[in-house]
Ligand binder design. Structure first.
Ligand code: PAF
Length: 301
């Protein structure tokens, strides 16, 4: 399949390499005007050995011929990153959007009224220590699902992702796994960013109370949104991710460390806004949202 991938950060580059291993014809769309690049990749099983993957980049003709566009930029970059591609994009091209958090869906649907749009969420973990080096650091699950009518018939795209990196599955109600991942991000990301600690550090007893409160608040809002869950279930899922990614630094931890903008408005911010619609109090998530906004404002005065 002809594929363009927009946003080759750690997770984007992981998918680019895994789909290339399946013989798909994949180009990268990057921020600069380079026409080719080489990425050095180490598999989960062999962190000491790297393989080189060569990619063509930024070719508008290849974009026009793309049957699949995968967008793996941060939530707040989706619209700005997608807009310059529109003149070249076929209306038949299936667009898959994968980012932490929820909240870009409405704008994306307005921007691409004709294309099939799929949202995806993954708990695969990858690390990009240098701009051209990628390590697959943790196995996880990927869910994909349609958010518009045109994408309802595109469940075969999950098969393509599954062949590249398993398990990847189609979900007929994609907002359910998106909310489940939101809960994990509400719990892990702000705490690891504010305290500049690893995911595994959240297993210490001093984090039990804030993690319990976050899961309690998210469960209330999820239930009000019509998704079945309990605080205990969410807490168990958070614990599982903390254990599975114990040595990793969360994406928000890295963003704060490097003085970059974070996805907090699409994570804790989205949660608090939905809570307000349902008249639910979410003081702990609200406080974490404000704390990260404060750090961002200090960095971007
Ligand atoms: O944002 C992240 O870093 C990841 O989504 C997760 C699951 C919290 C693991 O670090």
């Amino acid at each position: 399949m002809n594929i363009t991938l927009l946003g080759a950060g750690a997770i984007g580059a992981l998918w680019a390499i895994k789909l290339t291993q399946q013989q798909h014809n994949l180009q990268l769309w990057t921020r600069n005007s380079e026409t080719e690049t080489t990425l050095h990749f180490s598999e989960l099983t062999s962190s000491t050995t790297t393989d080189n993957y060569h990619f063509n980049c930024n070719d508008p003709h290849a974009l026009a011929a793309s049957e699949l566009l995968i967008v793996t930029v941060k939530a707040f970059q989706v619209i700005t990153a997608l807009t310059p591609l529109l003149p070249h994009l076929s209306t038949d091209c299936v667009v898959v959007i994968m980012h932490n958090g929820i909240g870009s869906q409405q704008q994306v649907q307005q921007l691409l009224p004709h294309n099939p749009i799929i949202y995806a969420t993954t708990s695969q973990a990858a690390f990009k220590p240098t701009p051209t080096t990628i390590q697959h650091t943790g196995l996880g699950q990927t869910w994909l699902g349609a958010i518009n009518e045109q994408a309802q018939a595109q469940s075969h795209i999950a098969g393509l992702f599954n062949a590249a990196l398993s398990p990847s599955q189609w979900h007929t109600t994609i907002y359910q796994p998106l909310w489940q991942k939101l809960a994990i991000n509400c719990a892990i990301n702000p705490l690891t960013a504010i305290n500049q600690c690893s995911n595994g550090d959240l297993a210490h007893s001093c984090y039990h109370s804030p993690l319990d409160s976050i899961c309690f608040e998210v469960a209330q809002v999820m239930t009000a949104e019509g998704f079945s869950t309990t605080p205990q279930q969410l807490r168990h899922q958070v614990d599982t991710v903390i254990k599975a990614t114990a040595n990793n630094y969360s994406s928000m931890n890295r963003d704060i460390y490097h003085h970059r903008l974070t996805e907090i408005d699409y994570i804790s911010g989205y949660l608090v806004q939905q809570a307000q619609r349902h008249h639910i109090n979410t003081p702990v998530n609200q406080q974490l949202w404000q704390a990260i906004k404060h750090r961002e404002s200090q960095d971007h005065e």
